[in-house]
Structures are given as C-alpha cells and as structure tokens.
Design a protein around this ligand. Structure first.
Ligand SMILES: Nc1ncnc2c1ncn2[C@@H]1O[C@H](COP(=O)(O)OP(=O)(O)OP(=O)(O)O)[C@@H](O)[C@H]1O
Ligand SMILES: [Mg+2]
Length: 227
C-alpha cells in the first residue's frame, strides 16, 4: 500500500498544481513510483469528450504519469466556483466514501501519492442540508500530512502564518512550505524565506522560480513526509 502527502496552499491559483507536477516529476526522475489524486476540481474544460480536469492533465503530462484522468479526480465540476457551490449547481455532491475509495485505489497502484487540495485550506467542498464537508475533513479522513505552497512575494508572511495557525488549530500536520514565483534578487522574497520559518518554525523546503522545469528539494527528507 502506497503512502500519501497532501498539497495545500495559501489560496487558489498560487501554484499547487504547478508545484505538485514538479514534485511528481522529481520523484519519478529519482526512481520513485508516483501517482496524483484530487478529490474535487472545479472549472474543468468542456470538450467534445466531456469535462477535462486541467490540474490532473498538467501533472500527468509534466511527470509522465500513465493513469487515466478519470482515476485521478473523483468530482469534476464545470463551473469555476468553490466546489460546494459548483456541486449544488451541478447536483453532484461529494461523498466521502467515494473519495476514500478512489484515494485508496491510487495508493494500491503507487508507492507515493501526491494529493492536491482545492483552493486554500478553508474550502467548503459540499454544503447542503444533508451533509457539510470541508477540505480539512477530507485531509483528516485520509490522515494525511501536508505541505503548504505559498507565493514568495509581498503578503506571504500573513497568508502563510494564518494558514499554519488554522491548520495547527485543526491538528493537521504541516511538514513544510514551498515558496513559488521566487526571485533570488528580491530583498522581500529572501526576507520572506527567513521570516515565515522564524514565525512558524516550519521549514521552507524549496524555492521555485517562474518557469522552473524542475524542483530542487531534498529527496530523502521529502519522501520521509509521506504517510
Ligand atoms: N512557477 C511557475 N512558473 C510558471 N507558471 C506558474 C508557476 N506557478 C504557477 N504558474 C501558473 O499559474 C497558474 C496558477 O497555478 P496553479 O494552477 O498551479 O494554481 P493552483 O493553486 O493549483 O490553483 P487551483 O486552486 O485552481 O487548483 C497556472 O497557469 C500555472 O501554470
Ligand atoms: Mg490546481
């Protein structure tokens, strides 16, 4: 049975997919077997072959994964809304049993499974009269440790610290932080690297620049985070 790690971020569009793709590629380049899973994706591209989950497609292409897109994402919504709202409008509410079973299938197939979140850490996935499921309920149901992706620029101290504090409060383990769109010549970015580590006591594992095609990360440390 494979092990998993959850990738969240300080918000939507911060680079979870981009960095998950680089992490999956890094694992494969270093001889590890790796899969990708996402419980709910909204804003899927509509084609004549149905809805295409763009995140899964990018990770699949970047890392050369061979699984079908269908098996990588359990709930694919057309509307680019928060999953709870898309689920209401498209009458396709998420069932935790389906997520657990699909995640377990990914773990049966792969040694390491990278699971991408939706949006930031506070994300309602299903919110109706019958049931209310937040992203954190899924992380806890699967007992996953996490990594936070954040932007390297101005504002990140606030968004990283708030995310970490929220997660600590919910007893969700955070193993590390990856800063995206890092500019080595920026005084702000370099100070952010120091300050987020000082304030949160969580290590910054990697700094990813715009357009990077590989990620520089300690493979042994990174693989040790999976549970
Ligand atoms: N380091 C980078 N270099 C170049 N492009 C990037 C980088 N990081 C992110 N992007 C681009 O920024 C956009 C948003 O990134 P991405 O899709 O990875 O965010 P996300 O956190 O996964 O969003 P969502 O919450 O929708 O899943 C994408 O078009 C992505 O290709
Ligand atoms: Mg994404």
């Amino acid at each position: 049975m494979g092990k998993g790690l959850f990738i969240t971020a300080t918000g939507t569009d911060i680079g979870k997919t981009y960095i998950t793709a680089l992490l999956a590629k890094h694992l494969r380049d270093n001889g590890f077997d790796c899969g990708y899973y996402k419980a709910a994706l909204s804003g899927a591209v509509e084609t004549e072959n149905g809805l295409i989950p763009g995140d899964a497609q990018l990770v699949k292409e970047t890392a050369g994964l061979t699984d079908s897109l269908d098996s990588m994402v359990s709930y694919v919504y057309k509307n680019a809304y928060s999953p709870h709202l898309a689920a209401q409008l498209e009458d396709n509410p998420l069932e935790m049993t389906v997520v657990k079973s699909d995640y377990e299938k990914a773990c049966e197939k792969h040694d390491f499974v990278l699971m991408e979140g939706s949006g930031g850490i506070v994300c309602p996935i299903r919110y109706d009269e019958k049931c209310k499921i937040f992203l954190e309920d899924i992380i806890k149901a699967l007992s996953l440790p996490t990594i936070i992706v954040a932007d390297a620029g101005l504002g990140t101290i606030n968004s990283v610290v708030l995310t970490v504090e929220y997660m600590k409060n919910r007893n969700i383990p955070v193993k590390g932080i990856i800063l995206n769109n890092y500019n080595p010549n920026s005084e702000i970015h370099n100070d952010n690297v120091k300050m987020v580590q000082k304030i949160t006591s969580i290590p910054v594992l990697s700094l990813v620049k715009n357009g990077d095609k590989d990620i520089d990360i300690d493979t042994k440390l990174f693989t040790s985070f999976f549970i």
